[in-house]
Structure formats: C-alpha cells, structure tokens
Design a protein around this ligand. Structure first.
Ligand code: ATP
Length: 370
C-alpha cells in the first residue's frame, strides 16, 4: 500500500508553504510536502540547497519564517524540540566518550525518569535490534565507525519517536559499510514502523533507501517521487543530471504528431525521434535526456530507422560490471554510454579510437521543457 497514491490517506507530516530566511537569504523557499506514516523519505540535494534547514525546522531547532508544519495532526508552531514526537540523529553522532554503549543508549530514558529495570530492558532490545548486544560494555573509542553509527541510531530510536530525522546518517562510513548499513536501516525502519526522514546528498543512497525522494535545489523541492519515477521520468535537466548520469541534447520541435514528435538537434547532428506524444508547440526549444545505459554502441549499423549517429570512441573505462564509453559524436558533442560486461571474455570489446554507431530506442529517453 502506497498512501501517497491514495487521495484519502492522511499525511503524517504536512509541510505547508514553508519558507526560511536568514536575513535576506532564502534557505528554504515555499516548500509544500506531505509525508506519510511508515515512509522512509529522503531529502536529496547538493550542498547548501536547504535540506538540513528543512529537517531542523521539523525537529524544532529552527523556526519557519513563513508557513506551517504539522506532525501527527498537531501544529508545531511554538512547540520546542523536546515536546515534539520527533528525534534527530546528527551526522557527528556525538556519543558520550566516557560512557559505555549501554549507558549512551540509556541516557535519554534515564533523563526522562524511566525506572532502571525498564530502561535496561528497552536498551537491551534496542542493542539487539542494531546487533550490538555483545558490545554493550564497550566505550565508543573501542568501536568501529559503523558500530558507533549504530549506537547513535539505537540512542535515537530507544525513546520510540514517531518520527526520526536523520542528517547524513551514513556520511562517515566507507562505501562497503554504507551499503550494509543501508539495508540495516531499512530493516530497522520496517520492524519498528517509525517514519524516517533522511537528508542526503548521495543519490545512490536515496535510490536504495527511500520510499520516496524529494529532490531539492536552491531552497525549493523540485520533484517528489518514488525512486524509479525520479530516475526514469525526471521533470527537469537539473533532476536528470543530479540523479545519475545523463546525456542531454538541446533541440527544437520540428514535427508534432499525436503519437510521436521530432526534435531538430544540431547538438546531435540530426533529428531525435521521440516515440510518444508530448505537449509542445512547433519550434519550441526542448531538451532530450537519455541515460548512458540506454544507448547502444555497435560496430555495425543497427537496423533501426531513427536515432542513429556515428562517433569516435575517445575513452573506455572498465568498471568491472560495466564499461563506460566516452564518445565524440560527429557533431562534436561528447556523450557517455555504458555497456554491461556480461561475459568474462568480451572478444569483440570495442576499444578507444574506434568509429562506432550510436543508437537508441524511440522511448528510451525523456523530453524536458526546462
Ligand atoms: P549541506 O549538505 O552542505 O549541509 P544543506 O542542503 O543541508 O547543505 P543547509 O544547511 O540547509 O544546506 O543550508 C542552506 C543554506 O542556508 C546555506 O547556504 C547556508 O549557508 C544557509 N544557512 C544555514 N543556516 C544558516 C544560519 N544559521 N544563518 C545564515 N545562513 C544559514
């Protein structure tokens, strides 16, 4: 069940026309966004786009200049962080160095005045959940980065917040540990049913983790959608480029039919045939975005009628699972194409300095107006 697809579902978090200014500077610009119970929602964007500021407003560490935030049906205006049904986990996990893992996790509960026995049970449950039971008596400096990260997560979750806000939670981990911890996060989130909002600048992380992604640019949410939707149907060049690698061709509409359009593209050195109708006018400027893995590179001319050009391979990068080709088209434009390395011996592997055919299907890319 995907509540965001159901018009009756009630959002758990409502962000309504929220703006945050620091002096004259607009850090968050008129953001409206609904997030549903049980979601693992990622705010994705580059450095300085306002994602942390938005998260901090949800936590209550910043006050919106304009707009309204509701969590679980309650207006958050004037409600301090400790009275909100939220907890925040920061990038620098700030564990108490002199306390054991157990004591670090118990700290919040004890401060709330929970009895020792009950707190001990809760902490033990939580350490089991993050698979750190064996490390309960250690101090933070006796743990790896990933283990410390899990302690911080346990500490953030032990109070059973309804909403957990995580700012770059995996930022300090190396690639391998990051990937493992991503699965861990998903598992924990699904087990506990807590709603997660995660801030990240890492598009792969957002793709793997999220129920939905909100892409931010210059204080605005520029697109919201499930990961495949964001990847396959970006609405702008910004999103197409930010989420994954992409080739973009500028063009003008030269044919506008109900079931296809054509774009004249000097950048491509030809015409782009788009196999579905798009709302547009003749001669309108548009952009065609196509992912590297949707481009076919071959020595022999493919048998298609459209979307075929020639170029010169300038570079081949071997990445193990795939090879990345950098190709200079005859128009001068440089594109990237990838090919999966499916067999161990690619006898016919195309190498640099070869002339090749570059082609793609009529529905492989998207047409963008901005
Ligand atoms: P990063 O990934 O680098 O942390 P971000 O998207 O989380 O970036 P924010 O921390 O939300 O970005 O900051 C957004 C913008 O607001 C930045 O340009 C930042 O300099 C500015 N900003 C944030 N906090 C303040 C503040 N207290 N006073 C003035 N400007 C601020």
């Amino acid at each position: 069940p995907k509540p965001w697809l159901s018009p009756e579902a009630k959002p758990f978090v409502r962000i309504h026309k929220v703006t945050k200014k620091f002096g004259d500077f607009i850090a968050v610009d008129d953001v409206t966004l609904d997030i549903y119970r049980g979601e693992l929602f990622c705010l994705l964007g580059g450095s300085g786009c306002g994602k942390s500021t938005l998260l901090r407003m949800l936590a209550g560490f910043e006050t919106p200049t304009e707009g309204r935030i509701e969590i679980d049906g309650q207006d958050m205006a004037g409600i301090p962080p400790y009275d909100r049904p939220t907890n925040m986990m920061f990038q620098s996990y700030a564990l108490f160095p002199h306390m054991t893992v157990e004591a670090n996790v118990a700290y919040g509960l004890m401060r709330e005045g929970m009895g020792r026995a009950e707190a001990r049970d809760r902490v033990a449950d939580m350490l089991r959940m993050v698979q750190l039971s064996k490390f309960a008596r250690r101090k933070p400096h006796q743990l790896s980065g990933g283990q410390r990260q899990r302690v911080a997560l346990a500490r953030a979750l032990v109070k059973r917040p309804k909403l957990l806000l995580l700012d770059e939670p995996l930022g300090a981990l190396d690639k391998k540990l990051r990937e493992e911890t991503q699965y861990e996060l998903i598992r924990i989130q699904e087990t506990l049913g807590v709603t997660f909002i995660i801030v990240t600048h890492d598009q792969e992380e957002a793709m793997t983790l999220s129920t939905r992604i909100g892409v931010m640019n210059a204080g605005e949410i520029v697109q919201v959608g499930e990961p495949p939707e964001i990847y396959e149907f970006p609405k702008s060049r910004f999103v197409a480029d930010f989420v994954g690698s992409v080739n973009i061709f500028e063009g003008r509409v030269s044919e506008d039919e109900p079931d296809y359009i054509r774009l004249d593209s000097p950048e491509l050195g030809g015409t782009i045939h788009v196999g579905h109708g798009v709302s547009c006018r003749m001669n309108q400027q548009m952009w065609y975005a196509i992912r590297p893995e949707k481009i076919v590179v071959s020595r022999v001319r493919p048998e298609a009628e459209h979307n075929i050009v020639q170029g010169l391979v300038e570079e081949v990068l071997y990445m193990g699972n795939l090879s990345v080709f950098r190709i200079r088209l005859d128009s001068g434009k440089i594109i990237r194409a990838t090919r999966a390395n499916l067999s161990r011996q690619e006898h016919d592997a195309i190498s640099w300095d070869e002339r090749v055919w570059v082609s793609w299907g009529d529905t492989s890319g998207v047409v963008l107006t901005q």
